[in-house]
Design a protein around this ligand. Structure first.
Ligand code: LMR
Length: 335
């Protein structure tokens, strides 16, 4: 507590002196940007692009330090560190905000979004944009959505039909929706930080996991998962977040410039994410370490039917309005 008060006081001091005396002559505003993935992934690339553009346009006024691969904070402590003012930017997966808002659980519902384009439409519309502000009471403000991609199911055995997953234990992010999703398959779920996934799979602490291709490839998860089923059953996207007490204390001119940079970076991350995932899919296939299983229409429909009851379970806490808005974004409408 004392540590966090000190951190906030220090940050307020930097910001107020920057605005009072002109940022040029003061020490720069420091933005520590921590994340848990590799630098080659969509989020890793986005963080580096943000740093580069800030250096080019606000050099001397704002300094960005990027900490990838859970090197500064990991899943267990990064949001608390943001709230305490110890780190200024994060981009956690949307599944990791459950403690602060139930509404973002919309993104974890299985088979809700057909593809990333549908996710994109939802994020751009009114309900999606409202969710960026859903955690301000907890000192978390959303600045943008960044894509990673659709999740695939990896396992120690071939998963063709939902029944094949019964009895296995899957690593999940800290999300009750994801836990319920695996319960529907008569499988169990274990919450583990991303940094521990490789070892947990290698040592058979869990037998399966779900992630987009970029996370699987960059962490070499395919080398310890002999089968990956191309389910595209859910999305793994991010919210770029800051602490509103930090963010809104940045002098207006500098903050506007930063927001412009974030818009550009967001555009780039989201434009390239799908291609990056497909390239990693190819690399995984070419490695021959894991067999890729594609599903035919009937098999995919069976997975959809098996997981679909999760929607009803969470509709009340997510909000029917949010669910309805999300259901309108697919090109092909279903019940
Ligand atoms: C995971 O924990 O699997 C992901 O959220 C990691 C990430 O940030 O992409």
């Amino acid at each position: 507590m004392f540590k966090s008060i000190l951190a906030m006081a220090a940050c307020a001091l930097v910001l107020s002196s920057a605005s009072a005396h002109g940022a040029q002559t003061q020490s720069p505003i420091l933005i520590k940007f921590a994340h848990v993935v590799a630098e080659t992934t969509p989020k890793g690339q986005g963080a580096l692009l943000f740093k580069r553009l800030v250096e080019e346009r606000l050099g001397g006024q704002v300094k960005v330090e990027v900490y990838p691969n859970s090197s500064l904070y990991g899943d267990a402590d990064e949001l608390q560190a943001l709230r305490n003012g110890e780190v200024q930017l994060l981009a956690p997966s949307l599944a990791k905000f459950e403690k602060y808002t139930k509404q973002l659980q919309i993104f974890d519902l299985p088979f809700l979004f057909d593809d990333l384009d549908a996710v994109n439409r939802f994020q751009k519309r009114a309900k999606g944009r409202q969710l960026l502000r859903a955690m301000e009471d907890h000192d978390i403000v959303g600045l943008a959505y960044w894509h990673n991609g659709m999740k695939q199911l990896s396992a120690s055995k071939a998963l063709l039909m939902p029944g094949d997953a019964a009895g296995l234990s899957f690593r999940i992010q800290p999300s009750s929706v994801l836990e319920a999703q695996f319960q529907q398959l008569h499988a169990s779920a274990q919450v583990l930080p991303f940094a521990e996934v490789f070892d947990a799979l290698k040592n058979a602490k869990v037998q399966g996991a779900e992630n987009p291709w970029s996370n699987i490839y960059s962490k070499q998860l395919h080398s310890v998962q002999p089968f990956i089923t191309e389910t595209n059953h859910g999305v793994l996207d991010y919210m770029l977040v800051s602490n509103p007490r930090f963010w809104y204390a940045i002098p207006h001119r500098i903050r506007s410039e930063l927001e412009g940079i974030i818009d550009e970076v967001t555009y780039e991350v989201n434009r390239q994410a799908e291609a990056a995932n497909q390239a990693d899919r190819q690399r995984i296939e070419a490695s021959g370490r894991s067999r890729l299983i594609t599903l035919d229409e009937q098999q995919r429909e069976a997975w959809r039917q098996a997981m679909r009851p999760v929607w009803q379970q969470f509709e009340v806490q997510i909000g029917s309005d949010v669910l309805k808005a999300a259901q309108t974004v697919n090109r092909k409408q279903r019940n």
